[in-house]
Design a protein around this ligand. Sequence first.
Ligand code: XCC
Ligand code: SF4
Length: 627
Amino acid sequence: MDEFFKPSNECSMWTGETGKLIDKARSEGITLAWDRLAKQTPQCNFCEMGLSCAKCVMGPCRIIPGLDREKGVCGADADLTVARNFGRFVAGGSAAHSDHGRDLVEVLYEIGTGSTTAYSVRDEAKLKRLAEEFGLDTKGDIKAIAKSVAERLFADYSTHGPGLAFLGRVPKARLDLWNKLSITPRGIDREPVEMLHRTHMGVDCDPVSLCLHAARTSLSDGWGGSMAGTELSDVIFGTPAPGKTRVNLGVLKKDMVNILVHGHSPVVSEMILAASADPSILDQAKKVGAVGINVAGLCCTGNELLMRRGIPLAGNHMMTELTIVTGVVETIVADYQCIMPSLVNISQCYHTKFVTTSDKAHFPGADTYHFTPHNARELAGQVVLKAVEAFTKRDPAKINIPVEPVEIMSGFSNEAILGALGGTPNPLIEAIKAGVVRGAVGVVGCNNPKLRQDEQHVTLTKELIKKDILVLVTGCATSAMGKAGLLVPEGASMAGQKLAGLCQQLGIPPVLHVGSCVDNSRILQLCAVLANAIGVDISALPVAASAPEWYSEKAAAIGLYAVASGITTHLGLPPMILGSQAVTKLAVSGLNDVVGAAFIVEPDPIKAGELIDNHIGQKRQALGLSF
Ligand code: XCC
Ligand code: SF4
């Protein structure tokens, strides 16, 4: 693992906003994730390899294959221990995405029953399309349709429903394969719960069977909970369309009240945005000397607002601590997921208020509000007013916004992409056949302090577009791409000649921003549309996915649902499975024979680019196209 780890004192060598703010944080005595990583290093080798188990109090056990500790007290060996740990890891990620999706189903249900007026259906056409897709009545009034679509999706969360509503999108060959392997997801809640059951001591003791159930669990996320999250967010808040906005810490404004929304769910951040435009609150802001209220995003809820409202993105995962160090953030409003607990302490070193909004995510020391669809508007107003008050408490000596913002283009929902192509995927298929677009890769996911921030995302993506491979981006990779100039049409100058020509013709960037991490479900759907149009399985498409700097359980779930859907997926860091040769072999090669795709683990982004390019070339040749 040493090759992945860049020690913390290297941080000061970092250029740009990250380096400047790390230096500022150091001078102010602030401890950051990089510093804590240095203190945690070397990390536990057993855990890194997936060989420690604490699932019962006969343990904890540490397995040493080949030595006198090859089995835990219960008799579990390395393969079983790794498979059980990995299964639970994926279940955690799937549960997080799917529980987020449930929040959107609940809001839609409350809209349908008329019990909230804070939210409404912004994209009625999309709601009706979903109702039609699910075989529901589309003739009633919009509330009735909202209620029946919500009820249909509630059923998907249970065990006794009619089967996941979105499985109708899956190409037949893929669905047949899942059925043959018994990995078709049956219920969004059922699969992660069953994974917890199977991995209890003394239940499923077959590593292969556990890995297959991990795949089923991840599919309940990708084609279930995440897809529900994406589709209903579009219905409630509007389906994204291309537009321009800005990215990096330069989007913070010295003369404005700055509010950062952080987390994943648009349910809260959309309300904060609405409250920040309230004329009476704006008056208050002017009274305290601010020229206005500036809402900017962090992580995935930032991506949600970016896609739909053109709200600028202040930063990704590894920037979250540093945003506070600018000294101009009045409030961070957090919902859930990927919110470092350290943000509470760092906020306390400045005038920043750290606000939590979800009953699922309590942070001791934070200002706690419990948002529901009923009180969201009122509470959002209170939170924004508090931010206005905080503006007066700034310490001018601590203010430093180290960069100017960079322009980006966003909003490439499938509706926008297919709409721009005249409503069918055929022009894209023709471009693929002609080699103008050799293939497509979703570069997605997090940052990880073990890697130099953003570098893997950007280096890999530049390699891919050079080879005329179109890149789709979601999640925390987005601001990396934006800062590197890849999310504007001018970025096409970094692409191969053919892709560059197409981008110029259409006025699009070589890297299309398609949303947050739950929005990776858009990529699944687009692959399904392409596969169905060509009449092949998804695994036959010249596509791939990559999470070069991933850290979270959710990213593992995304990677696995991509692979189980037939999309070969690159990871820049290995999952904690290397302690089992059987599981590792299955992940990086064996899965090819099972689901027609596998993982590529490669820390070097240039080499990863070559491997992905080669994979795409082979898929093209199998379709009878040029390499
Ligand atoms: Fe989290 Fe979604 Fe990863 Fe970013 S990309 S660090 S999971 S915020 Ni989702
Ligand atoms: Fe040890 Fe088995 Fe208990 Fe795990 S489940 S802690 S390996 S005895």
